[in-house]
Design a protein around this ligand. Structure first.
Ligand code: ATP
Ligand code: MG
Length: 451
């Protein structure tokens, strides 16, 4: 659950205060009110609002003065000024003094909400950039991508070589293998490192919203577009735009994106003239895009455009040599959060970690280590590992022990552990087991009916 964002409303008219409070609370925000500018200053200090909406004409400290004082307290404070229709020039003064936006009274509720949403959205974007930068500082001191295996070293070498170019890069790999980390590495090792790194999840938005986000829009382009907004491609100027989950982009938008990438210019939604942009494009997908192309789900021309340089991030099971190193790395990190200077692993814990298939890759390993450190503290033993990691490594123990498992039982465990190791991929599991896919299906059905 996210905590609601807080809006401080400074307004001397009680009725307007009530209307705005109702409007914002209904939209899910927390509201703090002040009847004067002076009161607003006090409330600001104790409620740390995400946004301030203030009337311009108030007794004692008026809106403009309030704005100036808030800016002195917090240069990044977000303020929306409300002004009467007759004094729009004061709104201009407010914008010059650093207000984010203004609302003309009498207002339409939807316009107010839209202005508030836009303002808070910008704050989020700024916040994301800042946390990215913090993360960067942290990851630099941790040397971002951990791995000594040949698979990783080869990949890093490629990343180092291509980072300096402007070529589009397509990163593929299973979920949790570190695709986003690689995308950031490309950015921070390029000459664009000082520019922004903007990540967009192409699967998270519907077609229209995604188009508006990427290309920007003009005021009035659609209901709710009360302000023109720059697209993220443009916002990533001099930096890198990371198009995550690119395979989920709707086909019609794929066509538009191809054109945009070829021309290096976007046409904002509802706009008449194009905007040039200069962002390096890095895309990622956990699906095999060649398969998607073959199946007609992804446009071939866009695929070629994006994958000038393809980078494959190997699954963790193909780089088991990195497991102890990664485990120690994460243990140090989670240990530090808990005030533990050094976390030690018992040998059989490391064996179990190294033997598991990690279908969720590094993300799963990271979660497992967090779990283990939380339970074990400074010494991680086998028993502190998650159930599924232990379960997968018991089948070997069953076979080697003198226990009286029937042959069927041994087979069952073996089949299931191979299937788990292959991340549920039945085709590969059948191949490894040396049986037909149909035989595997039959066995799985039988196991299911037996339990
Ligand atoms: N080589 C590595 N060294 C250290 N941490 C890593 C490494 N690779 C991945 N991680 C960490 O593992 C987590 C998952 O990585 P990331 O989000 O980049 O994966 P992804 O491939 O984008 O996954 P998804 O397909 O699910 O989006 C992140 O917290 C990342 O920091
Ligand atoms: Mg990702």
């Amino acid at each position: 659950m996210t905590t609601p964002q807080t809006i401080l409303v400074a307004e001397d008219e009680a009725l307007l205060r009530r209307i705005l409070t109702g409007l914002f609370e209904e939209a899910g925000y927390r509201v703090v009110v002040a009847a004067t500018g002076r009161e607003a200053l006090d409330r600001f200090a104790d409620s740390a609002p995400d946004l301030v909406v203030t009337d311009i004409r108030m007794p004692e400290v008026d809106g403009l003065e309030l704005l100036a004082r808030l800016k002195a307290l917090d240069p990044e404070v977000l303020v929306i000024i409300m002004t009467a229709f007759s004094s729009v020039e004061s709104a201009v003064a407010a914008l010059r003094a650093g207000a984010h936006d203004y609302i003309v009274k009498p207002f339409v509720n939807d316009d107010v909400l839209q202005a508030v949403r836009n303002a808070l959205r910008q704050k989020e974007l700024l916040g994301e950039n800042r946390s990215l930068r913090r993360e960067l500082d942290r990851s630099r001191s941790y040397s971002a991508i951990i791995g000594v295996s040949e698979a990783v070293q080869t990949m890093l070498e490629l990343v180092g070589k291509v980072a300096a170019t402007n070529a589009s890069i397509l990163i593929t790999g299973e979920s949790g293998t570190g695709k986003e980390l690689v995308a950031r590495a490309v950015h921070y090792r390029s000459q664009r490192a000082k520019g922004p790194f903007i990540a967009v999840n192409c699967g998270a938005l519907n077609e229209n919203l995604l188009e508006a986000e990427l290309f920007g829009y003009e005021k009035g382009a659609f209901t709710g577009a009360t302000h023109a907004r720059e697209g993220l491609l443009k916002a990533a100027d001099t930096g890198t735009i990371f198009l995550d989950e690119i395979a989920d982009m709707p086909q019609s938008l794929q066509v538009k994106l191809l054109r945009v990438l070829q021309e290096r210019e976007v046409l904002p939604v509802g706009g008449r003239s194009v905007v040039r942009f200069d962002a390096r494009v890095v895309a990622a997908s956990n699906r095999d895009l060649e398969t998607e192309v073959a199946a007609g789900r992804f446009r071939e021309d866009l695929y070629y455009r994006l994958s000038v340089i393809p980078v494959r991030v190997p699954p963790l099971r193909d780089r088991r040599g990195d497991i102890p190193l990664l485990s120690r790395h994460f243990a140090t990190r989670f240990g530090a959060d808990m005030g533990i200077a050094e976390v030690r692993f018992e040998p059989d814990a490391l064996d179990a970690l190294s033997g598991y298939a990690w279908p969720g890759n590094i993300r799963e390993l990271m979660n497992a280590i967090e779990h283990a450190v939380a339970l074990g503290g400074d010494v991680v033993a086998r028993a502190h590992l998650p159930e599924r990691v232990l379960a997968a490594t018991t089948s070997a123990a069953v076979i080697s022990s003198e226990s009286v498992s029937s042959l069927d039982e041994v087979e069952r465990r073996h089949v299931l552990s191979i299937l788990e190791r292959e991340g549920g991929n039945k085709g590969r599991a059948a191949e490894l087991l040396g049986i037909d896919l149909s035989t595997l299906y039959r066995k799985l059905r039988r196991y299911e009916s037996e339990t």
